[in-house]
Design a protein around this ligand. Sequence first.
Ligand code: BG6
Length: 470
Amino acid sequence: MIYNKLSDFAENFLWGASTSAYQVEGAWNEDGKSPSIIDMYKHPEGYADFTIASDHYHRFREDIALFAKMGLKAYRFSIAWTRIIPEDNQKINKLGVEHYRDVIAECKKYNIEPIVTMYHFDLPWYLEEKGGWLNRETIDRFEEYCKVLFTEYGKDIKYWLTINEQNTMILHPGAIGTPPNKPLPTKKELYQMNHHMMLAQARVMKLCHKLCPNAKIGPALNLTAMYAETCKPEDAIAAHNWEVLRCWNFADVPVFGFYHPLAVKYLEDRDLMPEIQPDDKQTLLNAKPDFIAMNYYSTATIAASQGNASDVSARAGDQQIMLGEQGVYRAAENPYVAKSQYGWVIDPTGFRYTLRKVYERYRLPILITENGIGASDKLEEDGTIHDLYRIDFYEKHLLAMKEAITDGVDMLGYCPWAALDVVSTHQGYAKRYGFLYVDRDEQDLKQMKRIEKDSFYWYQKTIAENGKNI
Ligand code: BG6
């Protein structure tokens, strides 16, 4: 659709930026925090680990002051479960609670809306040792932990996110590290974990509505539209297969309260159906999100399965992520999109297309909780960072979002990844995402000085003009 005039961003549009606890905080064993799976998992050698990260735990005041200077209206961060309840005895760690109270107060000081992810990949290690998400008890533990958050911070938090990228954790379990001396879970186990996470999420959404009636809560999924490689009908079926199994099945359950019918057939056919207890269906039906939080990086292009092992291949530039599934779909190349230095597809129009699909399907407001480009930013001798590729990436994605708003999509806000440089999952500080450069190398911590990149000033201007420059 080509319009005569594009809609403006709403006056109260949440211009924000995101981080997650383990990727920025450091202080991995301070003030009573216990290890999470992230602290125990094996990470790629030669890259920074998560023990110190960007030292945001100690420098959050300085960082939030810089976010305010950039003009942020929202800051999406995650709370580390292991700071709040560090041991299996369920005792609350006061220092952990106080830390996030301070972070929230600091945001409020500058009128920055704190948006809280309750769980971003960092399951407590003590729960993992008891089976992690395979153990139904973890559902209760998650609910108890979230209850602490609602009780402690409920009056200050308007937007809660339940679980970050449940679909990534289930479909690419190796992506966040590998457990020591243990194989990765089987597919059957993963879908059982998925079911437990769905139940935990449903219970927590319900609890949030009860304890914090003025707050809004939603899942944070990695969503992306799929293209068929050609107009061959079999390619279209494969693209739909993967769109359902990768995206809609994960968003349908929180919104509608049941699994996608195609996913049910797939799970039954391959003997992957989780064990569902009699009350589970009602638990899932009892809860509804208020919005959909969506992480968007790339689209995927899909070809028909050939029904053999050649359907599966490693993602270009990232051997940790396997794409394709025998009898379901094959990953294909798209000649019409660009790629980042790390081989990730750059597709702003796909962003508009995905937003349309998500809104058409769920009719809930959408909050972008991640979108961004990982690159090896260069600190010049004069102390500047000219990340023009990042500005270009954001300009195009914001234009696509503006077009989606014009298409009728209800957008709450945009929190790109990331507010400041974070430890990337596989490439440490070699691959950077922030508006603020954190001056450290993989091993040499230097002073960890914060330096404003060119994209910082570009975003500052964009926010000040409420996106009118887009
Ligand atoms: C998202 C995660 O999937 O992708 C983030 O929620 C992550 O935690 C981001 O950092 C970018 O991925 P990577 O592998 O480049 O760090």
